[in-house]
Write a protein that binds this ligand. Structure first.
Ligand code: M6R
Length: 610
């Protein structure tokens, strides 16, 4: 998730863009840059780090010119450094592009462009776009961009300017947000509303596949069939804080809603549905020989990331047939784990800065164990110190309660388990294809679940007086029960315990009475019947059951008081779906109880002390 701003008018483009980028800094902040056209030449300023670094560059080398584009980056392809900072230029420094999104087929296109004589200056996927536009350019930037984008697969929001066809900005969107702001003799583009609020409240939200041409006094929009279209102009009444939260009341809710995009971006370019393969070898250098002979995987993490690790264990053991152990990072180094060269330690951390997790990583390295970090923050300590790193592409997570980072981590674990299953030949071609087809459907199924928001909020309202909850799940959904309980605890301060449903009869069942609601994950699975028996056991003790069930399940209706129905998808991917209603339930409980959802008491987003 990056931020884009573009301006054409009579003001100083550099100043307007910098101001807009500051308002989008919540979208990413590892590097930034601005390009303007001045007297037929491109002027570019870029810097690593937060926007105040770019401020300093602009103070010493100001930008003149009244047409330009700018970007604040949250790195996905390529580390945070000046060469990878946007904007990116073509070979002749005449065309310049800013981009938010992921180009899925960038490697294939990059190889073709290099054979065609194009020279690349960065490690980003974005740079292929500007070279493709250069390849098709013959005087008309709009046509060249349309042709370039017809070769691209993936997600993008783009701003493009060119010295040889000046006086306009080309903007395009596909699966990444982009808006146009309409002014008096000036126009704007931006990734999000807050960037433009001081300048205009008249905004157009581009639709998927749209390409727009912005002049000072005119905006034309073309749909994916290249037909000129009219899009509705909306009058935005939000204040700045409302706008940063995308109109949501809290960052947590916004981040829950961002999950379809975060999951999609995390697997785009890494998974090929047609070929049934993954492309992780481009990002992680783990020899096939090591993968084949690996003795064990240790997964180490804290909190929500630990819960993702528990699902990871299931995936590595079931798909790739590799034994796996999961450890809470603060315990790992005190139990003397048997680490050696034949084992792999995977540490999972949204921030990449959690002290206990970093200590575990260092212990593994000291014992010559191969290490891999799954992180969301590029350039974080864990990502720098691990032998290999695989990023989730969720964008900054601001709410203290982790939501989109969790589903991003799960997505990476599915990718790894699948990749290693393919390399270790533990899946048939048919099964592999089936898994990838299901994987591809996850974002749209998550979107379907988000439509149940109101239903879940009404349900939460009925339970605000309860002080204790039991969350039950089995098999690969046991970690989801733990995660559901953690969400409720940390933001609503209600005591909640996650338990394996089958273990309940060995103790916790004593707690169940009419004051202890039981949330049960009872979606269709191989052990569905067993979960039904666990429900019966809880009901017999007076427990009120809230069941997560698969659409069309009539049996569960007769056995439980409340049901949240979820769309069907292969059981393997159920953790990615089942966690969503639990996040929403915890969120609404906290809202109804008047808690500080984004900054719950006693907690910090990143725990950097042991
Ligand atoms: O940044 P990390 O993933 O290493 O953070 C780990 C935990 O501190 C974190 O998941 C914490 O449990 C969250 N508050 C959960 O919502």
């Amino acid at each position: 998730m990056c931020g884009i701003v573009g301006y054409i008018g009579s003001k100083s483009a550099g100043e307007v863009i910098l101001d807009g980028l500051h308002r989008l800094e919540y979208r990413g902040y590892d590097s930034a840059g601005i390009a303007v056209v001045l007297n037929g030449k491109l002027e570019i300023r870029r810097s690593v780090g937060k926007l105040n670094q770019l401020n300093k560059v602009l103070e010493s080398r100001p930008l003149k010119g009244s047409i330009g584009i700018g970007h604040t980056r949250w790195a996905t392809h390529g580390r945070p450094c000046e060469e990878n900072a946007h904007p990116h230029t073509d070979c002749k420094d005449k065309i310049v592009v800013v981009h938010n999104g992921i180009i899925e087929n960038y490697l294939e296109l990059k190889n073709k462009l290099i054979s065609g004589g194009h020279r690349f200056k960065s490690e980003t996927d974005t740079e292929i776009i500007v070279h493709l536009i250069e390849k098709h350019f013959s005087g008309n930037l709009l046509n060249a961009t349309q042709k370039a984008l017809s070769e691209v697969r993936g997600a993008y929001a783009l701003g493009v300017i060119c010295t040889d066809d000046p006086d306009h900005i080309i903007a395009a969107r596909q699966d990444a947000p982009l808006i146009i702001g309409l002014g008096e003799d000036e126009n704007f583009i931006a990734s999000d509303i807050p960037a433009l609020l001081p300048y205009t409240r008249k905004m157009i939200f581009l639709e998927e596949g749209d390409i727009a041409e912005l002049r000072r006094n005119k905006v034309r929009i073309f749909d994916k069939k290249k037909k000129e279209v009219k899009r509705q102009v909306k009058n935005i009444t939000w204040d700045r804080v409302q706008a940063e939260k995308g109109g949501f009341k809290h960052f947590m809710l916004k981040e829950i809603y961002e999950q379809p995009q975060a999951i999609r971006e995390t697997f785009l370019g890494r998974l090929n549905p047609e070929k049934g393969v993954t492309y992780l070898k481009e990002e992680i250098k783990i020899a096939d020989s090591f993968l084949k002979s690996m003795s064990k995987i240790y997964i180490v993490a804290c909190g929500t990331s630990y819960h993702a690790g528990l699902v990871g264990k299931f995936l590595f053991e079931n798909l790739s047939l590799i034994p796996a152990e999961v450890d809470i990072a603060s315990e790992f180094r005190y139990r003397c784990p048997v680490l050696d060269r034949n084992a792999l330690t995977i540490i999972i951390s949204q921030s990449g800065e959690t002290a206990d997790t970093i200590a575990a990583l260092r212990l593994a390295k000291k014992n010559k164990c191969n290490t891999l970090a799954i992180c969301n923050v590029m350039g974080s300590t864990a990502s720098r110190e691990a032998d290999n790193v695989l990023y989730t592409r969720c964008g900054p997570e601001i709410g203290v309660a982790s939501t989109k980072a969790f589903t991003g981590q799960l997505t990476v674990l599915y990718l790894l388990a699948l990749d290693w299953a393919i390399k270790r030949k533990t899946l048939t071609a048919k099964k592999r294809k089936e898994i990838i087809d299901n994987f591809w459907e996850v974002p749209s199924k998550v979107s379907e679940i988000l439509k149940k928001d109101k239903e879940i909020s009404s349900l939460a309202k009925e339970f605000t007086a309860k002080r204790d909850f039991l969350y039950l799940g089995r098999n690969l959904n046991y970690p989801i029960a733990l995660e559901g309980a953690l969400k409720l605890k940390e933001i609503s301060y209600i005591h909640a315990e996650g338990y394996p449903a089958g273990e309940m009869k060995h103790g916790p069942i004593a707690l169940i009475d009419e004051d202890m609601p039981v949330m049960v994950i009872a979606t269709r699975s191989k052990i569905y019947e067993k979960v039904l028996s666990n429900i019966e056991e809880a009901r017999a003790r007076g427990g009120t059951i809230i069941a997560l069930a698969t659409e069309g399940d009539k049996e569960i209706k007769a056995k439980t008081e409340h049901q949240i129905y979820l769309p069907h998808l292969d059981e393997l991917f159920s953790p990615l779906l089942n966690v969503i209603p639990m996040q929403l339930f915890a969120y609404y409980m906290a809202v109804f109880l008047g808690c500080d959802v984004d900054q719950p008491r006693n907690l910090a987003k990143s725990v950097t002390v042991e």
